[in-house]
Write a protein that binds this ligand. Structure first.
Ligand code: ZN
Ligand code: ZN
Length: 280
């Protein structure tokens, strides 16, 4: 199975890939640039090449995450323009890094209402994707539904994808913590959720999993990640995920809170054990 975690790319992609490998990961995630800003990043193509080569040699896959402050649904023209520019650049960086895709959070309607927010998000996605023809997919991530966040459920996410002019350029990244906090699944409703994901064909376009426990309760609409087995989702439910045959070909990436990256080594090992044990 592809199991890994988010790692820092501040010392370059090659170093990030080496770190992932040292942690026992065979998949990982990096930010395309400073997650709190939109400042263009000068990418070191020599380093990117070395990183891609290292990943190839070690059988490591990778996903990129775009900054948080973009908003695909923003009603403000200047922020929409900045969002388009930034995400286009993120797609190019992700492509240079050989990533499966660039993860972006769904939009926030910021008081304009859900209908407006979704319409605006589709419009922004079209403006981005008409300018990008590379192999890297834009991966829409489901949200916890905090504040005015859109895109909590497979039905809405598929509707957004199918309403754009370029659905083939869009995939999904599923965050277990967000979906739990959005009331989409828990231990008891796991099977139902998978059924919905299949029926809507969301599952066909799912390319990555953000694997996190939740510090906030079911349906709390709060995005608070927790270490695996230490939160409200719990080990049993998360184990169902790891062992689900419809999901276990996907990269599982931890975004759980750590002081130091080295802590992920233990958690990756825990995931490998949980994915192996067939009975509880
Ligand atoms: Zn996530
Ligand atoms: Zn989150």
């Amino acid at each position: 199975m592809q199991i890994g975690c988010h790692v820092s790319v501040s010392k370059g992609l090659e170093k990030a890939a080496q770190t992932a490998h040292e942690l026992g990961a065979n998949t990982f995630q990096v930010f395309t640039k400073n997650p709190r800003g939109l400042k263009p990043k000068k990418i070191d193509l020599v380093d990117a090449k070395k990183g891609v080569q290292f990943c190839k040699e070690h059988g490591i896959s990778l996903v990129c995450h775009t900054p948080y402050i973009t908003n695909l649904s923003t009603p403000k023209d200047d922020l929409q323009e900045a969002t388009i520019r930034s995400i286009l650049e993120d797609l190019q960086i992700a492509e240079a890094y050989g990533a499966i895709g660039a993860v972006v959070h769904c939009g926030k309607h910021v008081g304009e209402g859900e209908e407006y927010g979704i319409k605006r998000m589709i419009e922004t996605l079209d403006l981005i994707l008409e300018q990008y023809d590379g192999p890297t997919k834009l991966l829409l991530e489901n949200t916890a539904g905090q504040g005015s966040e859109l895109g909590l459920d497979p039905e809405t996410l598929m509707n957004i994808r199918n309403s754009t002019k370029y659905p083939e350029k869009i995939g999904f990244c599923f965050d277990t913590c967000h979906a739990f906090a959005a009331g989409q699944w828990d231990d008891e409703t796991f099977d139902d959720f998978i059924k919905r994901a299949e029926e809507t064909r969301y599952l066909d376009h799912l390319l990555a999993i953000h694997f996190n426990d939740s510090k906030a309760p079911f349906n709390s609409r709060k995005d608070r990640h927790e270490k695996i087995g230490q939160g409200y989702i719990g080990t049993d439910a998360l184990q169902k995920f790891l062992q689900c045959e419809k999901l276990n070909h996907l990269p599982f990436i931890l975004e759980t809170p750590v002081q130091k990256e080295i802590e992920y080594a233990e958690e990756i090992e825990l995931l490998r054990n949980l994915s192996n044990k067939r009975d509880k």
